[in-house]
Design a protein around this ligand. Structure first.
Ligand code: ZN
Length: 256
């Protein structure tokens, strides 16, 4: 099994967005938009898909005022298909897509994979189809290709039944957020956290962002991730950390 870290663009934000009570809250962070390709003997899997192609071409036209808080540093090369093409992987080669959640920077590339099965927590699928939650949680449903082949998950899910790729609920950021435990044959483990944990600081100091759907659930999810980080041979990868991201192995290099 191989895991490739892909970068699908950057945004610039005030640190306060990620850590509500940060002392250096006005500091501007240039944050990555990550996605991951996992090459497993039983099929290729994506964890998150970055941004929609039309948004990459015209962020203001697609996402409007959100760009004020989340200033886009994007190009068409940031599309998930371009990132995969650099590895010789095509859309048709992707069997499963697991979205941590359905925000526009995590599910925006979903439309590029019409033949894949999408694995998302049922609670998240309900939320993105609820007009009130669309407003309060901040979804762009048109970015998620909701007509695609979605499979609703109820809790923990061992994708290939071998313990290598296990999705597990980490709600709070959104109602049905999930994370992925990736366990290699020798026992080393990577945990992909999406937006359940923005920064390393979030994890080690349990500091919540300014915008959070359910704070008690978000803290509980951080506690779960923190406990996982205590295990040997384990690395919990924060979702948008501008300092951690460059220290990881990036495609074409990989974890195996
Ligand atoms: Zn995000």
């Amino acid at each position: 099994m191989r895991l490739y870290a892909l970068t699908c663009g950057h945004f610039e934000i005030r640190k306060r967005m990620f850590i509500a009570d940060a002392e250096d809250g006005e500091t501007r962070l240039r944050i990555p938009v990550p996605a991951f390709l996992i090459v497993h003997p039983q099929g290729n899997v994506l964890f998150d898909t970055g941004l929609h192609a039309q948004g990459l071409a015209d962020p203001w036209g697609r996402w409007g005022g959100l760009n004020k808080a989340l200033v886009p540093h994007l190009s068409l090369d940031d599309h998930i298909l371009h990132q995969l093409a650099s590895l010789g992987v095509r859309a048709a080669d992707i069997r499963y897509v697991a979205n941590s959640h359905l925000h526009h920077d995590h599910a925006g590339g979903n439309a590029a994979f019409p033949r894949a099965t999408f694995l998302v927590q049922r609670r998240e699928l309900q939320a993105v189809r609820d007009p009130q939650l669309v407003r309060t949680v901040g979804y762009f449903p048109e970015d998620c290709a909701l007509e695609a082949n979605y499979q609703a998950l109820d809790g923990e899910y061992d994708l290939f039944g071998d313990g290598a790729l296990v999705l597990f609920p980490t709600p709070g950021h959104t109602p049905g957020h999930q994370s992925l435990r990736v366990t290699f044959a020798d026992g080393r483990r990577l945990v992909l956290t999406g937006d359940a944990c923005y920064l390393r600081e979030t994890l080690f100091h349990r500091r919540l962002p300014k915008v959070v759907w359910n704070a008690p659930q978000a803290l509980q999810s951080l506690e779960v991730l923190f406990q996982l980080q205590q295990a040997p041979q384990t690395l919990v990868i924060p979702g948008h950390d501008p300092e951690v991201w460059p220290t990881l192995r990036h495609a074409p290099a990989y974890y195996a």
